[in-house]
Design a protein around this ligand. Structure first.
Ligand code: DGJ
Length: 710
C-alpha cells in the first residue's frame, strides 16, 4: 500500500491488483494479473497516467475510466454496475468515494450518492493463492423504497483477451466447453433456473487467441451463488474490455426498504498462464478454508444405479456385504426410503421412513453397514414436494408459485418455499429428527431435481429465489451445527447446483448423473476448472452405462473415476472373481494415491489430437505424480506419437512407470513400447517439452503412469 499516492497496489500469491482512486468517481482497477513487483508511488502514478482513457472525435469530452462500479453519470457507455430506481426516478446514480481503507492485500471503499440516496461498499481482497475476490453491498439511505434491478462486479481485461471460453450443458452432459471470438459487444450467460443449472458456466474466461490449459494469458470470473445469476464479457469500441458477474433478479425481487441493504454474492476471479494455472489458484484458495474437507475422502457406494427404487433389505444387505469386501468406506442409501416413495411420482415432502418397505425402520441396514466398518449416508431432496404427498395436500401455500397458479411441474415435482418460516421449520424438524433417530448417519446426499420457474412466495406475492437460496444455506448450516461431523453432498440431478456458494455449506458435489467414463472425461475436466478433485464425486459404473448405453472395460471406468472423490454405482453383489479382483485393485490404487489426488495440482496437457486425453495430478512438492492417458476415440495417428507431461519440476529427474499394462490393450500384435516394458527415467524438462512416446491403446482404453522423482 502506498499512502503517498492515490494509487493502491494490492499484492498477494503472485497477483497484483493496482487501483487508482483519483481518475474515476469510484476506485478503478487499472491492472489485474501477474505480480508487478514492488512499485514505488511514482511508478504507480506513472502507470495510471500512462493508461488514462483518451478523448476522441465524436466522443464525450471526459472519457470514463472503468471503475469497480461503472456509472453512466461518469460518462460510462457500457453496461453499468448498478441499475435500479426509486418509483421510476433516480435511474442514474452518481456514487462518489467517501472513505477508503486498505492493507497490502485488501481494500474497502465506501461511496455515497446523497441525491439518489444510496450508499455502496466494495470489498476487494487478493488471497495468498492469488485469487481476487470482490463483494458489493448497496444500502438504501432514503426514506422510500429502492428497487434494485442489477448489481454486478466489473473487472477489467487486458487488450490481449480476444477469445472467450465458457461452458454449457444439460442433464447427463454438463460442462460442455464452448469458445467464441471476443469481439465488440457482450457475451452474456444468464441462469434463470433457481439453481445454477446443468447449462450454467462455472467460469467465464477470456484470454489470448487459442489459450489452453498449459499456456495463454487468461482471466476468469465465478459467482459464488446457488441461484439465478449473470456472467458476461463485454468489449466496447473504446477498447475497454471487462468481465461482469452478479445475481439475476426477477422484477421487484430486491426492493430495499429505507435503511435496508443488499449484499451481492462474492465474485471469485482468477488469472493464469493457461487454465491449469488459473484453476490451481482457485483450488489452493478452497483448500485453505477452515471448512475444507480434510479427512481422507471415503470410497463410497451409492445404491442408485444398483437397485433404483427396489428397496429390499436382503438385497441392500448383500450389497453392503459386497461393498465392504471390495474396500468401500461409505454406503449411501439413495431415493426410495420414505413414505409413499415407490417411484418418482409421489412421496417427496413426507420425510418419514416408509413403514411398508422398512417395517423395522432403517436400523437393520444401518447397523449392518456400520458393523461392517462403513459409514452410512442417506439421500434426501428437502426442497421438493410431489403434489401426491401429504405435505402438498396439507400445506398448498408452502409451494413456490406466482399469481395463484402452480408452476409447470418438473419430474412431477413442485418446490417448497424455504423462506416460509413454517415450511422451513417443518423441514428442519424432519431432517433433524431422522439424524437424531439414526445418529450414525454421517452423510446426506442432498438432491434438487428440477429447475425453478415462477418461483414466488404466497405470503408476499413476490419472486423468492434469492430468499430461498439464503434459507437453504441457513438450513444446511443449522443441520451441520446440530450434527457435528455431518457431511453433505450437493447433488441436483448431478451437476445442476455446482458453485462456490453451495460449497461453503456442503462437502462435495455430485458431478453428473452420467458416469459413462468417456463423457466423464469432459465433464470432470471442465468442472475441475473450479472444483478440486476431493470435492467432485466420481463413481465407477457397471459395465453398461445407464445413461449412454455404451459398454466399457472396468479399467476405463475406474481410471477416469480416480480423478475425483471415488465411489461405485453398480450392483456389485454378484461380481465374477475377475471383476472382484480387478475392482479391488483399482480401489487400492485410489486409496494409495488419494492424498496426492486431493492435495496435488491438477494438470491437463494440451494436445493437437482430439482423441488424446492426458491429465494428471502433481504432488505439491512435485516429487511425484500420477498421469492417465486415455484414448477417447480411435486416433488418426497410429501410434499416437509423443505425449508431454506438464507440471513437474524441470530440473528434477523422474522415473515413469506404466501401472496397468494388462488392461491397456498393449501387445495387440504391435511392437511393444520399449519403455512400457521397463520404467524410463528422464528430466521434468524432457517430460514437459519433448515427452514420451504414447503407448498403443485400444480406443476407449487408458494407461496409468506413476511418476516419481529419483
Ligand atoms: C438424481 C440424482 O442425481 C441421482 O443420483 C439419484 O439420486 C436420483 N436423483 C434419485 O431420484
Amino acid at each position: 500500500m502506498h499512502h503517498d499516492s492515490t494509487v493502491i497496489h494490492l499484492r498477494n500469491g503472485g497477483t497484483s491488483v493496482i487501483i487508482d482512486l483519483a481518475s474515476a468517481a469510484l476506485p478503478a482497477i487499472v491492472y489485474w494479473g501477474e505480480d508487478q513487483g514492488d512499485l514505488s508511488g511514482d511508478d504507480l502514478d506513472g502507470l495510471v497516467l500512462g493508461s488514462l482513457p483518451q478523448r476522441v472525435s465524436g466522443g464525450l469530452d471526459r472519457p470514463a475510466r472503468l471503475s469497480v462500479l461503472p456509472q453512466e453519470s461518469t460518462g460510462w457507455q457500457g453496461t453499468p454496475g448498478l441499475s435500479g430506481s426509486r418509483n421510476g426516478l433516480f435511474f442514474s446514480p452518481a456514487l462518489t468515494l467517501t472513505e477508503i481503507s486498505s492493507t497490502s492485500s485488501t481494500l474497502t471503499a465506501h461511496a455515497t450518492d446523497p441525491v439518489s440516496r444510496l450508499a455502496l461498499r466494495a470489498d476487494l481482497a487478493v488471497d495468498s493463492a492469488g485469487v481476487l475476490s470482490q463483494t458489493l453491498t448497496v444500502t438504501n439511505t432514503g426514506d422510500d423504497h429502492y428497487d434494485l434491478d442489477d448489481l454486478c462486479v466489473t473487472l477489467p481485461l487486458p487488450a490481449s483477451a480476444t477469445e472467450i471460453l465458457d461452458t454449457t450443458g444439460r442433464h447427463l452432459r454438463e460442462r460442455t466447453p464452448q469458445r467464441h471470438a471476443f469481439t465488440i459487444g457482450r457475451h452474456q450467460r444468464d441462469s434463470r433456473k433457481g439453481r445454477p443449472g446443468a447449462d450454467s458456466t462455472l467460469l467465464l474466461a477470456a484470454g489470448t487467441p487459442g489459450f489452453g490449459f498449459e499456456t495463454g494469458l487468461v482471466h476468469a470470473v465465478h459467482l459464488a451463488w446457488s441461484g439465478n445469476h449473470r456472467l458476461a464479457a463485454e468489449k466496447l469500441v473504446t477498447g475497454s474490455a471487462f468481465l461482469q458477474a452478479g445475481e439475476l433478479f426477477a422484477p421487484g425481487e430486491i426492493r430495499l426498504a429505507p435503511g435496508a441493504s443488499y449484499s451481492a454474492p462474492t465474485v471469485i476471479a482468477s488469472w493464469g498462464d493457461g487454465l491449469n494455472d488459473l484453476s490451481a489458484r482457485i483450488h489452493t484458495r478452497l483448500r485453505a478454508r477452515d471448512n475444507h474437507p480434510a479427512s481422507a475422502r471415503p470410497v463410497t457406494l451409492n445404491t442408485w444405479e444398483a437397485v433404483y427404487f427396489d428397496h429390499d433389505l436382503d438385497r441392500l444387505t448383500q450389497l453392503a456385504d459386497a461393498a465392504a469386501r471390495v474396500g468401500v468406506e461409505r454406503y449411501v442409501l439413495d431415493d426410495g426410503w420414505f413414505r409413499g416413495r415407490r417411484d418418482d411420482t409421489a412421496g417427496l415432502g413426507d420425510w418419514y421412513v416408509d413403514g411398508d418397505v422398512w417395517p423395522d425402520g432403517l436400523s437393520p441396514l444401518i447397523d449392518r453397514v456400520t458393523a461392517l466398518g462403513m459409514q452410512f449416508g442417506l439421500w434426501v431432496e428437502p426442497e421438493m414436494v410431489n403434489p401426491d404427498s401429504d405435505l402438498a395436500r396439507s400445506h398448498p401455500d408452502w409451494l413456490l408459485q406466482a399469481a395463484g397458479r402452480l408452476p409447470v411441474e418438473g419430474r412431477q415435482q413442485q418446490v417448497l418455499d424455504l423462506s416460509h418460516p413454517d415450511a422451513y421449520a417443518y423441514i428442519l424438524e424432519r431432517l433433524d429428527a431422522i439424524l437424531t433417530e439414526y445418529p450414525t448417519i454421517g452423510y446426506l446426499k442432498w438432491d434438487h431435481n428440477r429447475d425453478l420457474v415462477e418461483a414466488g412466495s404466497t405470503r408476499s406475492g413476490a419472486a423468492a429465489i434469492h430468499d430461498n437460496v439464503l434459507a437453504l444455506y441457513t438450513l444446511l448450516d443449522e443441520l451441520k451445527a446440530r450434527h457435528p461431523g455431518l457431511e453433505i453432498e450437493s447433488c441436483a440431478s448431478g451437476g445442476a447446483r455446482v458453485d462456490l456458494g453451495i460449497l461453503e455449506h456442503t462437502d462435495r458435489i455430485w458431478t453428473s448423473d452420467c458416469i459413462d467414463p468417456i463423457e466423464r472425461l469432459t465433464i470432470q475436466k471442465y468442472t475441475g476448472l473450479v472444483v478440486p478433485y476431493e470435492l467432485m464425486g466420481a463413481h465407477i459404473s457397471g459395465p453398461h452405462s445407464h445413461s449412454t448405453g455404451r459398454r466399457h472395460d472396468l479399467s476405463l471406468r475406474a481410471g477416469v473415476a480416480l480423478f475425483g472423490h471415488l465411489g461405485i454405482e453398480w450392483d456389485i453383489a454378484a461380481l465374477t472373481d475377475d471383476e472382484y479382483t480387478e475392482l479391488t485393485g483399482w480401489i487400492e490404487l485410489y486409496k494409495a494415491n488419494r492424498a496426492l489426488f486431493h492435495t496435488g495440482t491438477s494438470v491437463h496437457a494440451d494436445h493437437a489430437d482430439p482423441a488424446v486425453d492426458l491429465r494428471g495430478v502433481v504432488a505439491a512438492d512435485r516429487a511425484s505424480a500420477v498421469f492417465v492417458f486415455t484414448l477417447a476415440s480411435a486416433s488418426t495417428f497410429y501410434p499416437v506419437g509423443m505425449l508431454r507431461f506438464p507440471g513437474l519440476d524441470d530440473d528434477r529427474r523422474y522415473t515413469v512407470r506404466l501401472v496397468n499394462r494388462d488392461s491397456t490393450g498393449l501387445g495387440n500384435g504391435q511392437s511393444p513400447l520399449a519403455w512400457a516394458e521397463e520404467p524410463v527415467t528422464v528430466t521434468g524438462r524432457t517430460l514437459r517439452t519433448i515427452g514420451l512416446q504414447g503407448p498403443v491403446l485400444f480406443p476407449e482404453h487408458l494407461a496409468v503412469f506413476d511418476i516419481t522423482s529419483v
